[in-house]
Design a protein. Structure first.
Lengths: 295, 311
């Protein structure tokens, strides 16, 4: 096509709606968060510039570092469980056995169903007196009395992780399955001809070939898990006594609960810094992996 | 029409998940490599059973709970299978949650408007990214991807203030406008990948024949990209339907505008939760998505993996 200049103008015109929309709804709020984090904004209409006071306060209080550490532990266990269970699921769903398509369809519901509704169901399952998990454990004689999973800090922490894993596993599984199926079949056939067993083929062909997919998915999953809000808010609202308060929950409570917009914004900025670091790592990894592919 | 059907076939066949194992020359039986010993088959089915139980347990339990009368629900010892279960909760819930019908309508309404906005914005943008190599295109595309990484929860405070300034708080728009923003980037990636597969020669032929750029987009690209646009629309609708929570919780406090998840959350927070009715109402909300999965499974897999595998 001729005249690159008019082509560029045309392309920009096509892009304008998307660009303007994102600038107003995502980019401007991001900048506004940073500005607000240096003010004492609240419900009142006017507010003042307070410099680093918000940051000094949140880092000075001590429990903020605790929240950061808790968030990282929560995220770490959730992401690693998603990867392990997702890989197992992909291997199982990849097997050439009757019912394959049906099993793949049955994997998807937690992913596409309204998230909050899935979480309500977990809320009931965790109920100590009448819920399924406690009930079945008692029926099989594995515990003496009822366990109210969401009432104790320790169990609530793990319960929210399990629900987060449950929501994340279908996507990881389907993604790994797709990656597994794009591994050339002749590799397996060659190994098979040479007498390599099923497990050996998995360890020496599948796993190495899947490495790029695993790295990409771990990073994407890390970012999503780090930002996870709905699960904890519906199940525990950060409690009991702060044991499930992650950074997102903490920010939400400060901003929407106590209406301390300035301080909440400072907490949101800290989250954004972490997310930006993860993002940069992700982009770098994807670029490295693509270069590796091209060779 | 047949053209559309054929391109749809191609789109579906391109998705990795639908790639079938190559048939051998004498293929009546499975290739040797795919044959399992009996204990391997048993092991595989057992593994799948455990895996699917984890994935489906909340739905099974939720459905069984919706059938149990309250008295049995709050009795011990625990019974997995309901005794004399009934669908009563599915009728009584409309009285317990008077706005339930409204909530379901709101969920659909919000998702539909979000889908329309996203498709209208994404189609021209994807075309621009797929066809024009303008300066900074790669950077912009990366920028759109980065939007995906920031959840709405982080930006809640300024978004709240923005909605208040625009006077959108406690309206449908407070949930539609931010909801659509976070669905635009992945849709652009998805549709761009699809449009890149449409041969460039078609555009050039139209150009030689004197067609304007807009005409080319409207008469040549749009019809060919229709299957991809349909996938994007379905994905957007499901995404919008699945993620209605935080914006609806924070930016709207009017019962008549609440989508189903938030409407039920209010119900969930009460002292005495009517669990069987809550579960019944949840199932009504899940039903439409379940139907979509069953009928459009292969397009879903195509849509979900296209952007991810080959970026």
């Amino acid at each position: 096509m001729t005249s690159t200049r008019s082509a560029t103008l045309f392309a920009l015109a096509l892009l304008a709606p998307a660009l303007i929309y994102i600038l107003i709804i995502v980019a401007y709020p991001l900048v506004d968060t940073i500005i607000l984090s240096f003010t004492n904004a609240s419900l009142r209409a006017e507010y003042d510039w307070v410099g680093w006071a918000n940051y000094q306060r949140i880092f000075g209080a001590g429990n903020f570092t605790e929240v950061i550490i808790r968030t990282f532990i929560w995220t770490f266990f959730s992401v690693s469980m998603k990867m392990i269970i997702g890989m197992c699921g992909a291997v199982l769903l990849n097997a050439a056995i009757p019912g394959q398509t049906l099993f793949r369809i049955l994997t998807m519901p937690p992913w596409v169903v309204p998230m909050a509704i899935g979480i309500f169901m977990w809320g009931w399952m965790y109920n100590g007196q009448f819920g399924m998990i406690s009930g079945l454990l008692q029926n099989f004689g594995l515990t003496n009395g009822p366990i109210a999973f969401l009432a104790y800090g320790n169990t609530a922490f793990w319960a929210t992780i399990v629900t987060d894993v449950w929501i994340g596993v279908p996507m990881v599984t389907i993604y790994f399955l797709a990656a597994m199926q794009s591994i050339p079949k002749d590799l397996y056939e060659a190994a098979w001809t040479d007498g390599a067993g099923r497990f050996y083929r998995f360890r020496r062909i599948t796993l190495p070939m899947m490495l790029p997919a695993v790295i990409t998915m771990s990073l994407l999953s890390l970012i999503a898990t780090f930002n996870s809000f709905d699960i904890i808010w519906i199940l525990t609202q950060g409690g009991p006594s702060g044991s499930t308060t992650t950074m997102i929950i903490d920010t939400y409570k400060t901003a929407m609960g106590s209406r301390k917009y300035g301080e909440g914004a400072a907490r949101a900025v800290v989250i954004s810094i972490f997310v930006t670091i993860f993002c940069l790592v992700y982009f770098r990894a994807v670029r490295k992996l693509q270069q590796g592919e091209a060779k | 029409m047949s053209d559309v059907a054929r391109t749809t076939e191609i789109a579906a066949a391109d998705s990795p998940a639908s790639v079938k194992p190559k048939r051998r020359l004498f293929a009546r039986t499975k290739p040797m490599i795919d044959r399992y010993k009996w204990y391997e088959v048993v092991g595989l089915y057992l593994g799948i059973a455990v895996f699917l139980f984890f994935v489906l347990a909340p739905f099974i339990e939720g459905f069984l709970v919706s059938l149990k009368p309250l008295a049995q629900l709050f009795s011990r010892p625990y019974n997995f299978i309901p005794k004399n279960g009934s669908f009563e909760a599915y009728f009584t819930m409309w009285q317990s949650v008077p706005a339930l019908g409204m909530h379901i309508f709101n969920s659909f309404f919000i998702s539909t408007i979000v889908t329309i906005i996203v498709v209208a914005i994404v189609v021209p943008a994807s075309y621009a990214f797929a066809r024009f190599n303008f300066a900074g295109a790669g950077l912009l595309l990366g920028g759109f991807l980065a939007v995906n990484m920031f959840s709405g929860a982080v930006l809640l405070i300024p978004l709240f203030r923005l909605m208040r300034t625009l006077g959108l708080l406690n309206t449908y728009w407070a949930m539609i406008v931010p909801g659509a923003a976070f669905l635009i980037p992945s849709s652009i990636w998805l549709l761009r990948t699809y449009m890149l597969r449409i041969p460039r020669e078609l555009d050039e032929a139209a150009w030689v024949d004197g067609a304007s750029r807009l005409y080319t987009l409207r008469r040549i690209i749009l019809p060919l990209a229709m299957p991809g646009i349909v996938v994007v629309a379905i994905m957007t609708f499901i995404g919008a339907y699945a993620q209605q929570f935080i914006f609806a919780l924070t930016f709207n406090s009017k019962t008549e505008f609440m989508p189903l998840p938030v409407g039920l959350f209010a119900f969930f927070g009460k002292q005495e939760v009517l669990w069987n009715e809550l579960m019944a109402a949840s199932f009504i909300g899940i039903l439409p998505v379940m139907i979509v999965i069953v009928f459009l499974q292969r397009y879903l897999v195509a849509g979900l993996t296209a952007g991810a595998v080959k970026q």
